[in-house]
Design a protein around this ligand. Sequence first.
Ligand code: TPP
Ligand code: MG
Length: 337
Amino acid sequence: MYADMVTARYYEERLQEEYLEGKQPAFDISAGPIPGELHLAAGQEAAAAGVCQHLRDDDTVTAPHRPHHVAIAKGVDLKRMTAEIFGRETGLGKGKGGHMHLFDPDVNFACSGIIAEGSPPAVGAGLAAKKRNDDSVAVSYLGEGAIDQGGFLESLNFASVHDLPVVFVIEDNDWAISMPKERVTDVEDGSRRADGFDMPGVRVDSDDAVAVYEAAREAVGRARDRNGPSLVEVQVHRRMGHFMGDPQTYRSDEDETGALARDSIERLAADLRSHGVEDAALDEVREEAEQRVDEAIAWAKEQPEPDPDAAYDDVFVNPPSGVTEHEPEFDLAGGDD
Ligand SMILES: Cc1ncc(C[n+]2csc(CCOP(=O)(O)OP(=O)(O)O)c2C)c(N)n1
Ligand SMILES: [Mg+2]
């Protein structure tokens, strides 16, 4: 768990540096080696590591627009994920998806920029596992801002009615962009959503990775033993803005410093030390993680850009009848104008 968490934190620190290149002084979101939005998950690593520790490659995970920590904990190929974020041809989605649309069939991981969009596909994976009669499970991650989305509520219902091996994980970071949780829902404890669907729901009140691990052991075990779905909510802390470049004018200094003061990685490190793990061993894990990340970023930056002529490839799989090859209406290779 510690390795996953320090990898995710350092990965995002490095991405920040790369992302800001060329975007200043007036923030130009389309400039630089990583164009577009970038949502960082610093402060949320415990929710990823504590749950994914119980998962195998054949288990499915869907994540939302803030996916890096979950992807890393699920074992997504770091090099190809990085190439995708940099929009390169050898990226997981041939550079067409970017950081919110990572898809790695080798470890059954997907994410989406549409909030709560991952819940129905996770339920589908759970249904497939049930029909195949194997013991794989599916996990759907979403933010607390998505818990009133219809797709999520319908997914809870379907998973419950059909006793599917699905675990829903809510990362409660208190914010949905600039919207505090209490302004959009009267349910303070999101795990209570489970009550209405007759499934177990538990809230881990802190981002203590060990507490998450224990709650997830039960929920994932229940799914693997074919005893139906569960819901786990984890309190996490958003250390950064909603996206890179967010001035966070809506956030009080107290809220921000409070989030920065609670570092789940430091907490886990202290826990490990108290169990006799030497600093040198922790340093070694951290150094290995940093090296892995640096290599992935260096590799990604050397990768070719996609050929503009390939923009329409893979858009449809088996186009329905009547849909013919689409002719671009403009020159994708671009000219000066
Ligand atoms: C269906 C849908 N509605 C609105 C948006 C715009 N949007 C992007 S992120 C976000 C807030 C998400 O908050 P939360 O689910 O708590 O996740 P967090 O950003 O805190 O990780 C919204 C409303 C979207 N992506 N999808
Ligand atoms: Mg949130």
